[in-house]
Design a protein around this ligand. Structure first.
Ligand SMILES: Cc1ncc(COP(=O)(O)O)c(C=O)c1O
Length: 379
């Protein structure tokens, strides 16, 4: 029998509610905005975006992006200090290729984004977890680990972290940057949720520290426009940018995404990106609030701190519970979550789970939570 071909990265059967899934909703991916911008660009005679692109990324695109980030980050982001990527995943991979060797040590937060752990494992890096709390990475825990290890990299998701939702405080950011200089490691700040705050503005992006060669800030269009674009950026010191643009990959293939960046440039310049992000913030804020109320109503024994941005609730269950088992049980009730151990580089956090509040509309969120409650009761 012919199986229908897969069209998306993860497929959820239509009768299952996957509350663990971390993608934007299909209905919020803005086909109209991309179509409008592409129509304008494709009707012009300038076909330069069909050529191999300039290594750093198209200059007009970087200018538009730099102006946008300057406005939203609140500090100057010159286009010369931006490097275009195919998204954060590709950026991390490239940085590991250029700045590490197999066996080098990388510090990561515990918990952390589980798919980044796979990238680091692909590069045969030794992964060492650093403890976190409600305010992000714990500096004392980092200092302790620095006594026994000499990391080449430290990977952090400083704002509305995946999965915990926590944000690193300004004071800790300053200390972290000081330590990176003192112990000479590179900070890779994955800021994929920096522009998705639903209440107060978060502390400033790590891009503000890029006068230091130890700090690299990575951004992406995946969560503010569409992940299928495979488009993102790195903001870093000129010496880091120089290392990136002279690497073999770009020597051979040119800039990473000339076609897509030509289409997205118009979305930024027209002001549509800004409007779209504002719309996402309205919708996601309402879904976050709804998931919070639904959890309180149906499963009040769940413990979590209410996220202030990003995509996720990081939920703690009583110590003796194992969310891998809950996940197996939840299959029978056609609901899914992501178990805590996925996000641990030492296979811990078994009584935690990640739930995403952006993917589904309100009715599905509530139905998913009711199914989850039934799964827990049947354990
Ligand atoms: C923390 C974090 N980093 C990176 C990514 C992937 O980013 P990109 O699509 O830009 O590769 C995600 C997506 O879920 C994420 O949550």
């Amino acid at each position: 029998m012919n199986k229908s071909p897969s069209v998306v990265q993860i497929q959820t059967p239509p009768d299952v509610i996957d509350l663990g899934r971390g993608d934007p909703s299909l209905s919020l991916l803005p086909l109209d905005l991309i179509r409008e911008s592409a129509q304008v660009r494709l009707s012009q005679d300038d076909n330069s975006f069909l050529q191999y692109g300039t290594e750093q990324g198209d200059g007009f695109f970087r200018l538009a992006l730099g102006n946008f980030l300057t406005q939203h980050y609140g500090f100057d982001v010159p286009s010369e200090n931006l490097f275009m990527t195919n998204g954060i995943s590709k950026g991390l991979d490239l940085l590991c290729t250029l700045f590490t060797q197999a066996g080098d040590t990388i510090f990561v937060e515990e918990p952390t984004y589980f798919l980044a752990l796979k990238i680091f494992a692909d590069h045969r890096l030794q992964i060492i977890p650093i403890q976190t709390d409600e305010n992000g990475l714990i500096i004392e825990s980092l200092q302790e680990k620095l006594e026994g290890h000499a990391p080449r990299l430290l990977y952090t998701i400083p704002t509305h972290q995946n999965p915990s939702g926590h944000t690193l405080t300004q004071e800790r950011r300053t200390r972290l940057v000081e330590l990176s200089r003192q112990f000479d490691f590179l900070i890779l700040a994955d800021e994929v949720y920096q522009l998705l705050s639903y209440n107060e503005k978060p502390p400033t992006s790590f891009g503000v520290y890029s006068e230091s060669e130890n700090v690299i800030s990575l951004g992406s269009f995946s969560k503010i426009l569409a992940p299928g674009l495979r488009l993102g950026w790195i903001r870093a010191h000129p010496n880091i940018i120089q290392r990136l643009v002279t690497c073999g990959l770009l020597d051979s293939g040119g800039g990473l995404n000339p076609f897509t960046s030509a289409m997205v440039r118009g979305v930024i310049e027209s002001g549509n990106l800004e409007k779209h992000i504002n719309r996402l913030i309205q919708i996601y804020r309402a879904r976050l609030h709804f998931m919070d109320l639904s959890l309180q109503k149906h499963i009040p024994e769940m413990k979590y701190s209410v996220p202030q941005g990003g995509y996720f609730f990081w939920v703690r269950l009583p110590e003796m519970m194992d969310t891998s088992e809950l996940r197996r049980k939840a299959k029978d009730f056609k609901v899914d979550i992501r178990q805590g151990t996925l996000f641990s580089s030492k296979n811990q956090l078994k009584n935690y789970m990640r739930m995403c509040f952006v993917y589904y509309e309100e009715d599905k969120i509530e139905e998913g939570i009711i199914r989850l409650k039934k799964s827990m009761q049947s354990q």
